[in-house]
Each structure stands twice: as structure tokens, then as C-alpha cells.
Write a protein that binds this ligand. Structure first.
Ligand SMILES: [Ca+2]
Length: 208
């Protein structure tokens, strides 16, 4: 009996239904202006929180519950913010509240103490600023290496000529997929970098 998928493609055949540009969306924080409730000294200015560099840190001056604010010159559509606590285990901002220029707010909990980023997602907002007020902070000088702001919308469609080119390359790589391409066992697919884009294509497998 021939097994087929829900889309009718025989197992073992590539299924060209999931191809998209999953390239990272730009971090909108990079184009904002950062201000903070305080700054420890000129080695740790507020601009360090949105310079795209996790090794540079904004540090408050003796605050456990400081705030940091990002302002844009024009309205931005956003739906995800990633917060990175200081990587040292002394200073810790475990959570707080994001407030926005549209009057809304989003509570934040679960920021890890080790500097691992926490993604906070929400429905699209059109805003000119976002402010994060820390609560429950501990240590001596709470701060953040980075706040990142995104509009993580649907993948950008790939122009047809490029799509055809990539499909051709994927076809040539299918036989190598088991050994050379990252696989997700729950939803098998192959990934291949294509210039600045990361292309995913499902590859259906014979499991028996
Ligand atoms: Ca930084």
C-alpha cells in the first residue's frame, strides 16, 4: 500500500509545500533611542542595550528595579521582544512590565538569571516607544545587555525564479539529507543556507 501524506504526496518524495524565507527579521531596537532610569557610569551607557551586541551592557546605578525605554522616530509594528538579563548570577531582573505608547502593557515573568534571552510575544502593536519597568530585581546594579524588538510576521515569500533555483538545489541534496542536513524527526525537513536566506523544505521519509 502506498502511503501518502495529507497533501497526497507519496512518502519518500520531497514535498514542496513548505518553502519560505525564514531569515531573521531585523531587530527594530537597533533604530531606536534608549534612555534609562540611571546609568552606572560611562562604561555602561543606555545605548549598550540596543547596539546589537550581547557583550556590551547597560547597567543601572545601584537600582534593583530600574527602567529602560526605547523610542522611535516613527511608528513601528511589533509583536515580539527578547530580553537578556546580565549574565552574572548576582544581578537579576526576573521580570517586570512592558508598557507601550498605545497605552497597553504586557507583564513579563521568567527572565533567566544567566543571560539567556526570553522571548515575549503579543499581538501586533503599532508603537513609537516601549518601556520596561523591572520588578523583583536583586543584586546590586540591575541592567541588561540587550533588548531586542521584532515584527516576527509570516515568512517573506520567495520570488519565483529564486524558488525554482532553490528547489533544484534541494532536489540534488535530497539524497544527502540524512547525513548532511539538519533533520527534525517530528516534521522532517531539510535546511540549506542560500545567501542570506534559510530555506526549509519538507522531505518525507521511509521509516520502515
Ligand atoms: Ca549590548
Amino acid at each position: 500500500m502506498q502511503q501518502i501524506t495529507s497533501s497526497g504526496t507519496p512518502i519518500g518524495s520531497p514535498e514542496d509545500v513548505f518553502v519560505g524565507n525564514t531569515a531573521t527579521k531585523p531587530n527594530l531596537a537597533l533604530t531606536s533611542t534608549a534612555t534609562a532610569s540611571s546609568v552606572y557610569d560611562n562604561r555602561y551607557p543606555s545605548v549598550n542595550v540596543n547596539d546589537g551586541d550581547l557583550t556590551t551592557v547597560w547597567i543601572s546605578k545601584g537600582e534593583l528595579n530600574p527602567w529602560i525605554k526605547l523610542d522611535w522616530n516613527s511608528s513601528q509594528t511589533i509583536n515580539k521582544i527578547t530580553l537578556y538579563d546580565r549574565s552574572n548570577l548576582t544581578d537579576w531582573a526576573p521580570g517586570g512590565t512592558l508598557t507601550f505608547s498605545d497605552g497597553s502593557s504586557v507583564p513579563v515573568t521568567g527572565i533567566l538569571n544567566n543571560g539567556t534571552g526570553l522571548d515575549v510575544t503579543f499581538a501586533n502593536k503599532n508603537v513609537t516607544w516601549v518601556k520596561f519597568q523591572v520588578s523583583g530585581g536583586s543584586g546590586t546594579n540591575v541592567g541588561f545587555p540587550e533588548l531586542q524588538v521584532f515584527n516576527s510576521g509570516s515568512p517573506t515569500p520567495i520570488p519565483t525564479p529564486l524558488y525554482q533555483q532553490i528547489i533544484g538545489q534541494c532536489g540534488a541534496l535530497t539524497a544527502m539529507a540524512m547525513t548532511t542536513v539538519q533533520m527534525d524527526l517530528m516534521q522532517p525537513y531539510m535546511e540549506m543556507p542560500h545567501t542570506t536566506q534559510l530555506i526549509k523544505r519538507k522531505v518525507l521519509l521511509h521509516l520502515a
